[in-house]
Design a binder for this molecule. Structure first.
Ligand SMILES: NC(=O)c1ccc[n+]([C@@H]2O[C@H](COP(=O)([O-])OP(=O)(O)OC[C@H]3O[C@@H](n4cnc5c(N)ncnc54)[C@H](O)[C@@H]3O)[C@@H](O)[C@H]2O)c1
Length: 430
């Protein structure tokens, strides 16, 4: 099939390279000329395992083309995915400026029947909005359909998730349009849920809000565990082995961040409000998440008797392992608080350092994880990269001023850390 993908971020680029690998003729478009230039040379502008190889293969085989022209893409394609960013506006409403801009541009160049697909995460009613934009350019309604096909991939395992999705959601007003996407995805042999536009849009917000709620729920339990000397890992294992609860997304930690959960939960609250429903539960989910991080930082600050003059070493900066994405990462909150309290920060991340450097050029960055310990007053595990799991803790502790370890992701065994000379603190157990 001839396919265009507009926006070459985490979602658009992964969608593009996977569809090209499946033998479709794919044009990936971005308005950022630097990105376009890099992509043409086989260099992905984001870090995502496996993408570089697939990008190069797609370019080499000729199934993948990179362009900065929506005109070229529209003229060449039967299906056009809109995969641009929908960041939160000041009031939490998703900002649809980029979606509208792309819809306007597509509309100018539709010449034959085209299926326009919203892959970006957009509030209920956005499919109708895109349809109205295209109609406003005088395009006949028989020449196009708008379909909602929300994306559920996870950064860090995006290629795998795109090739093996738990389900594919397709929302459309007309059956023929839905069938076009069913055909495009048929080869993946994944369950498909075909529904109307509004329901498809709501599935995405509902799923992300529910997952964030699960994390906030176990984080609230972790606070209770700290108060009553219970162990949140055991509580989570006991709860999660009930199939109705399920054991995923029940790991207590510093809270959820990243480019999706914060904006989508906030978006769901706003969308509900606009429709006349006060989603109080989700407001509490957000509050618990913020409190979880701040309570952890407060414990660290109290233990060190204030941050003033203290050197805090951060292990990991990305919002989660296997990505360079730092949007709403907990590391940023910790850096802010330490610096505001008069402390110093040294940080190490295998991939995300360059992105954090753009925000904090003057904190220290270690070239390797063992350098973190030198003269540090506390070591804080922020992102649970695999390479941090089996470290030689004695070597890490060796040159520290104070051997204090705050494990924000419950990775280390307390007894082992203590044997290495650490005073060990974590979330949800003593
Ligand atoms: N990142 C994720 O894990 C993830 C998962 C599921 C859904 N989503 C959703 O998918 C959408 C995209 O997310 P992302 O993380 O890939 O965003 P991103 O910011 O990484 O990428 C968006 C890309 O769109 C490009 N762009 C913006 N306006 C454009 C225009 N007018 N024409 C052409 N290109 C344009 C930008 O230059 C950028 O490269 C968002 O709605 C997001 O909520 C993201």
């Amino acid at each position: 099939m001839k396919v265009a993908v507009i926006g070459t971020g985490y979602v658009g680029l992964v969608t593009g390279v996977v569809l090209a690998q499946l033998g479709n003729d794919v044009i990936c478009v971005d308005k950022d000329l630097d990105k376009v230039e890099k992509l043409k040379n086989g260099i992905p502008p984001i870090y995502e395992p496996g993408v570089e190889e697939m990008l190069r293969q797609g370019l080499k085989d000729g199934f993948l083309t990179i362009s900065d022209s929506i005109k070229e893409a529209t003229e060449a394609s039967e299906v056009i995915f809109i995969a641009v960013g929908t960041p939160p506006a000041e009031d939490g409403t998703p900002d649809l400026t980029a979606v509208r801009a792309v819809a306007n541009e597509i509309a100018k160049h539709i010449m034959r029947y085209t299926v326009v697909v919203n892959k970006s995460t957009v509030p209920v009613g956005s499919g109708d909005m895109v349809e109205k934009i295209i109609l406003s350019h005088g395009v006949d309604s028989s020449l196009f359909d708008v379909v909602s096909n929300p994306e559920f991939l996870r950064e860090g395992s995006a290629i795998h998730d795109t090739l093996h999705p738990d389900r594919i959601v397709i929302g459309a007003k007309r059956r023929d349009a839905a069938v076009k996407l069913v055909e495009l995805y048929a080869t993946l042999q994944s369950p498909m849920i075909v529904t109307d536009l509004n329901s498809a849009e709501l599935i995405k917000y509902g799923a992300n809000s529910f997952l964030a709620m699960k994390i906030s729920f176990i984080n609230a339990i972790s606070r209770i565990c700290e108060l009553c000397d219970a162990n949140v890992a055991d509580v989570a294992a006991g709860m999660g082995s009930d199939k109705r609860v399920g054991n995923q997304f029940l790991s207590a930690g510093l809270g959820w961040g990243g480019s999706c959960f914060p904006k989508d939960v906030q978006g769901m609250v706003k969308v509900s409000e606009d429709l006349g429903y006060d989603f109080g539960l989700l407001k509490e989910v957000i509050q618990i998440n913020e409190d979880q991080t701040l309570a952890f930082i407060a414990r660290l600050e109290e233990r060190l008797d204030g941050f003033n003059g203290k050197r805090i070493a951060l292990m990991g900066l990305a919002f989660k392992p296997n990505t360079d994405d730092i949007r709403d990462a907990k590391s940023l909150v910790i850096i802010d608080k330490v610096l505001a309290g008069g402390g110093e920060v040294i940080a190490y991340d295998p991939i995300a350092e360059a992105n954090v450097r753009e925000i904090y050029p003057s904190i220290d960055y270690a070239t390797g994880v063992y350098e973190l310990g030198v003269n540090a007053d506390a070591l804080v595990l922020v992102t649970e990269w695999n390479e941090f799991r089996q470290l030689d803790l004695e070597r890490l502790a060796d040159k520290m001023r104070q051997r204090v370890l705050f494990d924000g992701r419950r990775v280390y065994d307390k007894a082992k850390a203590e044997r290495a000379g650490f005073e060990y603190h974590t979330i949800g157990s003593h």
